[in-house]
Design a protein around this ligand. Structure first.
Ligand SMILES: O=C(CO)COP(=O)(O)O
Length: 143
């Protein structure tokens, strides 16, 4: 599965701790992250992360583009709920696209932990079936 990890500054430590605590599970998936979040996870959790741009410089939108292509299977986005950010529209757009594509998204640590445990139980395997079905339909219409 392709998992997107994003955290605002006050939540970065929390996200890194989650990744370290569930390193065994996260190491079985491909991780994508906005710039500074990805940097911190790579350094502290020692896992490979595909790093996109920093959130305020378009990283949220890049993750959103992957979600729109249905290339992300789950998003953990620990937001700072107490401040308004200059790139708030990007955050809202990303969450909207998750709803459009029915991508599971966790915005706090409690839900994030449930999502990680569901990865372990392969609860998201249905997404592979959907991917395969779409690919087959696409190749069927091309041929
Ligand atoms: O701002 C962010 C998400 O909106 C996070 O971006 P960084 O991971 O680059 O700090």
């Amino acid at each position: 599965m392709n998992i997107a990890l994003i955290a605002h500054d006050v939540k970065k430590e929390e996200l890194v701790n989650l990744v370290i605590a569930y390193e065994k599970i996260f190491s079985q998936h491909s991780l994508f992250a906005t710039g500074s979040t990805g940097q911190k996870i790579a350094e502290e959790a020692k896992l490979h992360v595909y790093k996109l741009k920093a959130g305020p410089l378009g990283g949220d939108q890049q993750i959103g583009a992957l979600v729109a292509q249905n290339e992300i299977d789950a998003v953990i986005f620990l937001r700072d709920p107490l401040v308004a950010l200059a790139h708030e529209p990007d955050v809202t757009a990303l969450l909207r696209l998750c709803d459009v594509q029915c991508v599971p998204v966790a915005t706090n640590i409690a839900t994030a932990e449930l999502l990680v445990k569901s990865l372990e139980r392969h609860d998201l395997a249905w997404r592979n079936i959907v991917h395969r079905y779409r690919l087959e339909r696409r190749s069927g219409t091309e041929g």
